[in-house]
Write a protein that binds this ligand. Structure first.
Ligand code: SIN
Length: 288
């Protein structure tokens, strides 16, 4: 099979201060040559969010594309309309009755988070491919946690150095107003702790590892830890650290969970228009 180049691959200018680059001239349904894979990975480390325009990948092709970057992670959520437990799952506002609904705004996707931070080994890369989009809105936002860390006053950097944060799926569900997890789910997904400031294993950048799953700080009274986490989250999601992706038909976006928070925006008529994206995830390493 031919490799993925369909024209000269072109990496566009940075989409925002916070990150993002659009890549054209590649057909991701074909395998990447080793050189092209390296080019894509280098751009991923430079820009954190890569937007591949004009793609049309089946679920199988998306899985093959994603596998070129590491081990695929199984999805845990049990809310999507189909493919609930598959390696490619749907991110959608379409309910079990086939109609669009607003009820999924309760879910963690609509709050700033980094994927699976409640796992001992959280996600590295998430790939989202647009299949059905509302006529307007339905954006995804990304916040650059290395920029946010760098911009902290030195006194705050000193204060948070060495702190560990408990990330808990149950806590983020509670915060989002979602129904509590079952006992089995709690056993499967107990809280874990990670460094508050992690070092990106590829770039060496220090990044804040926070978000909606960050529940409290080890060794600190819960209310105090929660207040500190909220303060850091407010700081880290200021507009200068954020890229907002306005989806276009055929977009496939991949992002780096080790240095970004993200969230879906409910900025469209959710009860009227379908929004369907296919999602695959590559497992990362233990945060250090
Ligand atoms: C996600 O949180 O992984 C999905 C974001 C989105 O639906 O835009």
């Amino acid at each position: 099979m031919n490799d993925a180049i369909i024209a000269t691959p072109s990496i566009g200018p940075r989409l925002s201060e916070a990150g993002g680059a659009a890549i054209t001239g590649i057909d991701l349904s074909r395998p990447l040559s080793p050189g092209l894979r390296e080019t894509v990975l280098a751009a991923f480390h430079d820009h954190h969010i890569l937007v591949f325009r004009d793609q049309d990948l089946s679920k199988e092709a998306q899985l093959h594309f994603t596998e070129q970057f590491g081990e695929i992670e199984e999805h845990v959520a049990r809310h999507s309309a189909a493919d609930r437990y598959g390696l490619v799952h749907m991110v959608t506002n379409v309910g079990a009755d086939g109609n669009p609904t607003t009820k999924f705004t309760q879910l963690g996707n609509y709050h700033w988070h980094t994927d699976k931070s409640y796992h001992a080994v959280p996600s590295l890369m998430t790939v989202l491919h647009a299949k059905e989009l509302p006529p307007q809105g339905g954006d995804t936002q990304f916040a650059n946690m290395a920029m946010a860390y760098d911009a902290l006053p030195d006194s705050m950097k000193r204060k948070i150095a060495g702190m560990r944060v408990v990330h808990s799926w149950a806590a983020s569900r509670r915060r989002a107003g979602a129904p509590p997890p079952s006992e089995i789910e709690m056993t499967e997904r107990p809280p874990v702790d990670h460094p508050l400031v992690r070092t990106h294993p590829e770039t060496g950048a220090k990044t804040l590892y926070i978000g909606n799953h960050a529940s409290h700080i080890l060794g600190m009274p819960e209310a105090e830890g929660d207040a500190l986490l909220q303060e850091l989250l407010e700081h880290a999601t200021q507009p200068q650290f954020v890229y907002t992706h306005h989806w276009r038909d055929g977009d496939l976006v991949m992002w780096d969970n080790r240095c970004l928070l993200h969230r879906a925006l409910a900025n469209y008529a959710m009860a009227e228009h379908r929004r369907v994206l296919h999602r695959t995830v590559v497992t990362g390493t233990v945060p250090r």
